[in-house]
Design a binder for this molecule. Structure first.
Ligand code: FES
Ligand SMILES: [Fe+2]
Length: 365
């Protein structure tokens, strides 16, 4: 039984909660998967991926039913996998098609995982396949719009629980310290008064988000490019930024700049979408991808490369922090007490939500 109070109060207990299978998670980038057999461990299950000759992406249990040989170390014959150990052949549905040393095929089937390709990402359902259609999967149309600067990161492999990263994303108070050399360095006035701005926790579909509103036009304008500043002139700008854990492995963020009484034909809102996709590898490690899209910066290769380098450097700071925290949580386990501060409010609300998801998936827990 998960002790809700302890899990909310104590990070070590919290990151020990069961993995959540009945949700869609990112398995990788569409472009990563082709006619090679590729394996990836997701939610403590090894999965083998490949595309059929017609291009359909297949995800199967990466463990031969005979003697646990990894099918990713095998070969494709047409659309079938032939196990590299004794040659048992499997269809894209996971059915046994041929056993070289006998005429009859034994019963048994590899587990097949539902897959959806959304924008540049492959999403996978690791739970009961019958429930997959009801699961929430984000729409990401802006990631496919060539009019926008858009990029998605190569995967980070994190030596820490995805729950620590989710909490990091719902914590808007670490920018000026952890990101002092990246986000902090780009806007001189990202100072104490910025992190003291009020937070709100607006809910979407019963899930609390975490947002901050800044109406200090002078500070906001320090972070905007000259083309946008030329369009805005001396009009007032209000920035609202933050995001929401829409499912255990997906955090959708936005950084919007609202202009009061914009010039004719000019936008009322300049938008940046910043999304993070976290998929447990094991309890204590995770895969981490991200995407960033903006509708107000010209999509030149230079602009994309510059933004990509800045965001990646900042997100890497989060990864390093999570790696340190996981290590400490594992190595130093007694005689300590954590405190909560106001900036943790969204993180605590999300701990509650995660525990609700645990209770839904494990009703007897
Ligand atoms: S282990 Fe795969 S055929 Fe024997
Ligand atoms: Fe961060």
């Amino acid at each position: 039984m998960t002790d809700v109070i302890s899990a909310i109060r104590d990070t070590q207990t919290y990151i020990g909660i069961p993995l959540l299978h009945e949700h869609w998670y990112v398995a990788g980038l569409c472009e990563e998967f082709g006619r090679d057999l590729t394996s990836r461990t997701l939610l403590e299950k090894s999965v083998v991926f490949y595309r059929t000759e017609a291009g359909e992406l297949i995800a199967l249990q990466n463990r031969c039913l005979h003697r646990s040989f990894p099918l990713s170390e095998s070969k494709l014959q047409g659309d079938n996998i032939v196990c590299g150990y004794h040659g048992i052949e499997y269809s894209p549905e996971g059915e046994i098609q041929n056993v070289p040393c006998q005429t009859q095929c034994p019963s048994g089937k590899l587990r097949k995982y539902p897959i959806k390709e959304v924008g540049p990402f492959v999403f996978i359902w690791m739970g009961n396949p019958e429930n997959a259609e009801q699961g929430y999967i984000p729409e990401l149309p802006y990631l496919e719009n060539p009019q926008k600067v858009s990029f998605y990161g190569e995967e980070f492999l994190v030596d820490g629980s995805y729950l620590l990263l989710q909490e990091n994303l719902n914590d808007l108070t670490h920018f000026t310290h952890l990101h002092a050399n990246t986000f902090g360095a780009t806007v001189d006035s990202l100072d104490e008064s910025f992190i003291k701005l009020p937070l709100d926790f607006a809910e979407t579909n019963g899930i609390p988000g975490c947002y901050r509103t800044d109406d200090n036009s002078d500070r906001i304008k320090l972070g905007l490019p000259p083309e946008v500043l030329a369009e805005i002139g001396d009009r007032k700008v209000v920035n609202r930024n933050g995001g929401i854990t829409v499912s255990p492995g997906v955090w959708l963020g936005e950084n919007f700049f609202h202009v009061e009484d914009p010039a004719p034909g000019k936008p009322e809102t300049y938008k940046i979408y910043i999304n993070h996709y976290l998929t447990p590898k094991t309890h204590n490690s995770c895969h981490y991808w991200y995407s960033v899209t903006t509708d107000f910066i010209e999509p030149t290769p230079e602009n994309s490369a510059g933004m990509s380098a800045l965001f990646r450097a900042a997100f890497e700071e989060d990864v390093v922090a999570i790696n340190h925290m996981q290590k400490l949580l594992e190595e130093d386990t007694t005689d300590y007490k954590e405190i909560n501060v106001f900036g943790d409010k969204a993180g605590v609300l999300i701990r509650r939500k995660m525990l609700e998801w645990v209770a839904n998936e494990y009703p007897a827990n």
